[in-house]
Design a protein around this ligand. Sequence first.
Ligand code: NAP
Ligand code: HSE
Length: 437
Amino acid sequence: MQAVNIGLLGLGTVGCGTVDLLTRSAQEIERRAGRRVIVKRASVRDLNKPRTCTIDGAALTEDPYAVIRDPEISVVVELMGGLEPTRTLVLEAIAEGKHVVTANKALIAEHGNEIFQAARDRGVIVAFEAAVGGGIPVIKAIRESLAGNHIQWLAGIINGTTNFILTEMRDRGMDFSDALAEAQALGYAEADPTFDVEGVDAAHKLTILAAIAFGIPLQFDRVYTEGIGAIGYEDIEYAAELGYAIKHLGIAQRTESGVELRVHPTLIPRKGLLASVDGVMNAVLIHGDAAGDMLFYGAGAGAMPTASAVVADLVDVVRVLSADPEHRVPYLGFQDHAISHTEIVPMESVEAAYYLRLQVEDHPGVMADITRILAEHAISIEAILQKPSQSPGQAELPVILLTHVVREGRLDEALKQIAQLVSVSKQITRIRLHAFQ
Ligand code: NAP
Ligand code: HSE
């Protein structure tokens, strides 16, 4: 069979990983796909930049249109990242009749609805396994292998950089910025690392997971998003004393009032499976009504794990190159006419237990004031940890509270009143707690 020519947009961490994997596993890939896969062209921003992979100099260009308009190229692999010019290039590639493979979760989460419509109209494939969970085949698992399940919820550690930072802070006492710098040096972080630390990258991934799990449109702007910036080393220690780990989770859950979509730091039981997912590793826990709880675990970022997912998509595309578009797996796993517009639950209606860290003045009556306000809002306390003064004359002491499950809106009202107490510092750290194992 004739070889399939592909073109790459981007030859950075993932682009070079993909070239290396296509080279080193060429025979195995041909055995699986039925045809040889050849990188015919690759575009970069700067031709003079040193590359970690070897590619024929003549194949390199600074003009991405030379890739997407090359008539001999059937599949465009977008590994540039970002929203523009990527969106324009991908739409142009689709208009040219090219199939597209991408690792770009921002692009799919924010422009996926438009891109899938364009691809549907043109009868081409858009594959995006590498967009979530690096090397973990979680998109395919949800979209195809769990097709017999009504998925009720999923919760995942879906950003390798933040998990790496939290692990380094806990295990090596590393400073936040040093841990971030190491994640960047290892190729885990986004071009703009605030996407990682502020939870935007995880929100992009959660948008995609929720769409394929529940058959809802991609709606990134409805995801409640909190990063890890407010978590101090002391929170990790206090949580551990209480039997919990702090992980940055993406949570999507069906409830009677709609779908919850949220990304935030979360206390989870230390003995559970998710709590032991450390470093750059990712894991997604999924609850299906038939299969029960399932954990998908693996490297969430890095050149080779991500290339593994890119190449798997390429093999899929090559296999169906001659298949009828009507009989391909739908982009979001559900038939296009069956996508439902379920309500998204506002954050104030979400229910969770909470870890609260307050700084209080050390004098009688302070705790009574705090517990009175909580009681007035019908919020009951599961545990209290009051830390002794670390140094003589220390004006404020940390108090840690774990609450029972409460509606977030009610907790917000109580915290607003507590923050107004003269003996309590306005800065209250609040982390949601869930018993996901
Ligand atoms: P990267 O190392 O920064 O590489 C980006 C590549 O795209 C570079 O070759 C760059 O050219 C080229 N490029 C960027 N902007 C361009 C522009 N405006 N015009 C032309 N070329 C441009 O990024 P990466 O880490 O490989 O990530 C690529 C994609 O994969 C992103 O969507 C990212 O979110 C996703 N992803 C990354 C990982 C990971 O572990 N890194 C994992 C999963 C998914 P130069 O080299 O000349 O600068
Ligand atoms: N920056 C992302 C992360 C890359 O750290 O998880 C993988 O999507």
